[in-house]
Design a protein around this ligand. Structure first.
Ligand code: GRF
Length: 223
């Protein structure tokens, strides 16, 4: 008897390159999950077209047709629950979620953010890293809590900032790392090697003291 695969929903607002990376990892047999829904707050999102091409059910909800943020979020989460999803991935979902609406998903929802959190929560992370004169930049995957970009960080990918890098170049060089980081973390979550204990992330049962680090061979414990 084959075990059912962990069921995953993805939310994305934009082109969906991180979604594409998840779908590719699944195609290669490296991410044994079932994608049950891809949702967006933008009907024009490239991510929705990718999902359609992969025969994954899609959902586009327009925030403007709801009285307020909470009403939108409650409907969104209700539909995600109805899809049967057990896990939820925010892959470039550019909306702040209502803290109360998201609470049932805490511990089952991850987000990818293009900075070395806790640095640079919010927008324009590449620009802010450059303006600060940082020598290093990166991306983080974290559990989503009510605090914007503030939930426990699970894993990070690091990148040296080169002299003369501009915002665009930095974003372009970071993206391939994001595309390895997100599937790797989702794989750990779906296989339950990574767990939420109500407060923090645990990896193989141990409290994660530092974010896992993405290396050539994938994720490993940071020194
Ligand atoms: C990525 O840089 C992600 O880290 C950020 O938004 C971007 C989404 O890109 N949150 P894509 O839509 O996955 O190509």
């Amino acid at each position: 008897m084959t075990m059912p695969l962990p069921r995953v929903a993805v939310l994305a607002s934009g082109r969906g390159s991180n979604l594409a990376a998840l779908l590719d990892a699944r195609e290669r047999g490296e991410l044994p999950v079932e994608f049950v829904l891809v949702g967006s707050d933008k009907a024009s999102a490239g991510a929705l077209r990718l999902a359609e091409a992969a025969n994954i059910p899609t959902l586009a909800l327009d925030p403007r047709s709801y009285p307020d943020r909470r009403a939108f979020d409650l409907d969104l989460f209700a539909r995600i629950s109805a899809s049967g999803a057990e896990w939820l991935v925010l892959a470039g979902f550019m909306r702040i979620l209502d803290g109360e609406a998201l609470t049932p998903w805490v511990g089952r929802m991850i987000n990818i953010h293009p900075s070395l959190l806790p640095k640079y929560r919010g927008l324009h992370t590449h620009r802010r890293a450059l303006e600060a004169g940082d020598h290093e930049h990166g991306a983080s995957v974290h559990f989503v809590t009510a605090e914007l970009d503030g939930g426990p960080v699970i894993a990070q990918a690091r990148l040296a900032i080169a002299a003369g890098d501009d915002e665009h170049q930095l974003a372009q060089r970071l993206l391939p790392l994001e595309h390895r980081l997100l599937p790797a973390v989702l794989g750990l979550l779906a296989s339950q090697r990574l767990q939420w204990d109500g407060h923090a992330a645990r990896f193989d049962g141990q409290l994660l003291q530092k974010p896992l680090a993405l290396g050539d061979e994938g994720l490993r414990l940071a020194e």
